[in-house]
Every structure is written in C-alpha cells, then in structure tokens.
Design a protein around this ligand. Structure first.
Ligand SMILES: Cc1cc2nc3c(=O)[nH]c(=O)nc-3n(C[C@H](O)[C@H](O)[C@H](O)COP(=O)(O)O)c2cc1C
Ligand code: SF4
Length: 440
C-alpha cells in the first residue's frame, strides 16, 4: 500500500485561493497537470488492479465506507452487491458525468485532469458488478468530453480495459444525471426521469440491472482497489471517510474545484468574510447563515440538523451586497423551467412557486401580495413527493431554506424594500433558460 501523495489540490476556471488542509488523491498536486497522460497516470498510480472475479472487490469497498459523490451519499458497496446478484454478464455499468447542476464543475474538472482514474474505476466497478457493458455518460458540452475518445483508444492499445467503454452524451439539463433519466438516455430514449420502483439497479439500461455511479465515486474506488480501505479511511471522519471534490464559489466571484478531507472546516474552504449566507449542496441544497457556517465542518452529520447536506459538493458564499431572496428567486425560476413536465404537480406547481418567489423578491415589478408567504408554503406542500423524481423536493428544500435564512430580507421585501447594493446575478444559471424540448 502506498500513502496519498501530499500537497494541495486546486483546479478550476479561476485562480487557486489560499491552501488549507487539502489533499491530492484524485486530482494532480498543484502545479502538475500531467494526469491526463496515460504513461504519467500509470507512473503515478500503477496498472489497473483487477481482482479477477465478480464481487471480489466489494468487501474492500464496504470496509472503506465509500459513499456516492453524486449527491445522495448512498453506500457504494450496496449497489455493487445488488447488481452483482443479477449474475455475471447481464448488467450494465455507467459512470455518471452528466453534471447538470450549473453551479458544479467538479466532474468536468476530474475528467479533464484525471480521466484515467475514472476509467480505471469504471473497469473495476464493472468487474465487481459482473457487468458486460460499460458506459461513460458525459455532459455533451463539457470540455472533458472532447479528449475521451483519444484516452480510450490509448487504453485499448495498452490492453488496459477488459470491456470497451461507450461514451454517451448527456443533454445539458438539470435532470439529465438523475439515474432513471440516465438509463432512458443510454437506452436510446430521452433523458427523462421515470417513476420508481423498479430502481435502475433492478431494471435500468435496456431493462438490465444497471450500476450507476458518479465519476468521482469511481475514481475513489480505483484508489481503494490500489491502496486499500485503511488508506482511504486515513482521511475524513470515521462516519464519513475519505476526501471529496468541492466546487467553491467565493463571494469575490472566483470559482475553484478543491479536494478536501471530509470533516474539513467550511471556514478553511470558503472566505466567509462579511457574507450573509452560504449555499451548501447546490440548487437542491440549502442556505445556511454565514455565522453558522463558520462553525461547521464538511460533513453530512453536522449539516443535516441544519436541513442541509453536502450533495455533490457545491459551496457558495453569498456576497454581502446581494439579496439572497433575489438569488433564490432567479434559481427557482430556472429550476421550474427545468421540470421535465411529466408530472402535474411539478409541471404546474414549480412555476407557480417560482412566480410567487419572484414577486416576493421584487423581480415581478409589483409589491408582493400579503398572502404570498402562506401561498408559497401551501404550494410547496402540494408538490413535495408528488413527482417521478426528487426534483420537486429538492427545489422546495432550497426555497424553504431561503425563506428561513433570509427572514429579515423577506420582511423588508414585504415593505417593498431590498437591501441589495448589487443586482448582478451571483449564482450561475445557463444563459437563456432551457425551454427547448431537447432531452437527447
Ligand atoms: C434531479 C437529480 C439530478 C441528478 N444529477 C446527477 C448528476 O448530474 N450526476 C450524478 O452523478 N448524479 C446525479 N444525480 C444522482 C443520481 O440519480 C445517482 O444517484 C448517482 O449518479 C449515483 O451515483 P453515486 O452513488 O456514485 O453518487 C441526480 C439526482 C437527481 C434527483
Ligand atoms: S417530478 Fe418534475 S422533474 Fe421529476 S419527472 Fe416529474 S415532472 Fe419531471
């Protein structure tokens, strides 16, 4: 077993911020951008450590305590076991790099800087689950997608991959990475969610048992297979071991992707400065007051009592000059437009909720109706749990957290006032909302 390579890891579209207790397990250490080169990857990590049989890696993944990094933190070994139980040769293994969340860049960054770690993980997960088919589902406008064919050809030439990997493009839509939407798209249909059960591990791509893992989860799995569970657990907390990739959106507008041990103080990742609130877990996540965030660590255990969770690792510090209510209203409008339009409560309810929030936030050009708060809470209750997927619950969680955390702003807005000094949008939404029907 070899230890983690020490050193900071920061990557992203903007300049790295100050380093703290960050690790470089997945991403190359700062200043090294060699990891998309196959020879350098093999030099750093060695060959793919196949186990030579279905299920053999699963006890190690279980002992490591690896959980999914795509948002739900579900124990990875349980999905591997469920799919492996279908018997060898029937299942499909899919690496999920749809990254539909506009605020997240971690999967794109990982695939750009360490693609071979993801591809090793996909092979190893396919072997463990007894899958006969391996697919990488990649956001079609991602910068990482362009080089994948070259990486796969090189791996094939070196005889690294035991099963050929197909690359399936994902539409750049918020829901495209939801696992039943993924299964539909990889089966040749539209990337639309469907009612469950059956879950995709029972009936997924082409009706076959399907293992869907986020690409970051696969990269961790590739390292567990090389270094073992104890090495993995040397970072993180006993309940939530390992590291995770976070997309950090600082109040000054800079955006970076950092790898941090789970349990790292939020204050060492985000400059909380004079900011008012922090968004944790992205657009299906929750706002927490900056004063609370200062004492919080990067763990679901600490976040859940605040109604938040790590999700796929988006952390955003709201600048002091913006209105959290207006930011939430803008994102809620985007989320309402991203409804797949299949389930009545979601199709009708989310736009209503988003319109009421826009009215409250002063974006509708009129003073809010006094009944807007009770209306919002009633409509939120009507959409929750009424859809094929979790989009309504996630959206409602995000909005409720805003009404809680920005209660003072809500009172101001009800009087027709807003304290924001800047109306420049902070949280990203795609330019021009996706009102088209392109789900392929
Ligand atoms: C609305 C919605 C969008 C999702 N988008 C993604 C995504 O873009 N990428 C991803 O890996 N998982 C996404 N998920 C989670 C997947 O359904 C699935 O749980 C995950 O890919 C499983 O991998 P993991 O266990 O390794 O996290 C989404 C879930 C929901 C409800
Ligand atoms: S709940 Fe909403 S987003 Fe999910 S499938 Fe139904 S209509 Fe689409």
């Amino acid at each position: 077993m070899s230890p983690a390579l020490p050193g900071p890891t920061m990557a992203g579209p903007a300049t790295p911020g100050p380093d703290t207790a960050r690790l470089s397990r997945l991403l190359p250490p700062a200043g090294h951008h060699y990891a998309d080169d196959l020879a350098a990857h093999l030099g750093r990590h060695g060959p793919v450590p196949y186990r030579g049989g279905v299920g053999r890696l699963i006890p190690e993944v279980r002992a490591a305590g690896l959980t999914g990094r795509g948002g739900a933190a579900f124990p990875t070994y349980r999905k591997l076991e469920a799919v492996a139980a279908a018997g060898p040769g029937r299942a499909v293994a899919v690496g999920n790099a749809a990254e539909g969340e506009p605020a997240s860049h971690k999967d794109e960054t990982l695939l750009r800087l360490a693609p071979h770690l993801v591809l090793d993980g996909l092979q190893l997960a396919a072997e463990a689950a007894g899958a006969a088919r391996a697919v990488l589902y990649v956001r079609r406008d991602s910068r990482a997608a362009t080089r994948l064919d070259r990486h796969l050809t090189q791996r094939l030439a070196r005889g690294l991959d035991r099963i050929a990997v197909e690359v399936v493009p994902a539409p750049p839509r918020f829901l495209a990475g939801e696992e039943s939407a993924l299964a539909s798209r990889v089966s040749g249909g539209a990337a639309l969610p469907r009612f469950t059960p059956p879950r995709v591990f029972e009936r997924g791509v082409d009706g076959r048992p399907t293992l869907v893992q986020n690409v970051e989860t696969l990269a961790h799995l590739a390292l567990i297979a090389r270094h073992g569970p104890d090495w993995f657990r040397a970072a993180g907390t006993p309940e939530e071991p390992g590291t995770m990739l976070c997309t950090l959106r600082q109040a000054d507008g800079s955006v970076t992707v950092a790898e941090a041990a789970i349990g790292t103080p939020l204050a060492s990742l985000l400059d909380l400065g004079p900011g008012t609130a922090v968004l944790v877990g992205g657009y299906h996540g929750a706002w927490i007051p900056a004063a609370h965030a200062a004492g919080i660590r990067l763990t679901n255990t600490m976040l859940r009592p605040l109604g938040a969770s790590l999700g796929a690792g988006v952390l955003a510090a709201l600048p002091a000059d913006r209105c959290g209510l207006a930011e939430t209203a803008r994102v809620a409008r985007y989320l309402a437009l991203e409804s797949a339009g299949q389930c009545g409560p979601c199709l009708n309810g989310l736009p209503r909720i988003a319109a009421a929030l826009a009215e409250l936030a002063g974006l509708a050009g009129r003073r809010p109706d006094p009944e807007v708060i009770p209306d919002l809470s009633r409509w939120a209750g009507l959409v929750e749990g009424r859809g094929a997927c979790h989009h309504p619950e996630g959206t409602v969680r995000f909005i409720r957290s805003a009404l809680r955390v920005f209660a003072a702003e809500v009172r101001q807005h009800q009087q027709g006032r807003c304290v924001a000094r800047s109306r420049v949008p902070f949280l990203p939404t795609p330019a021009g909302p996706s009102t088209d029907a392109d789900w392929s």
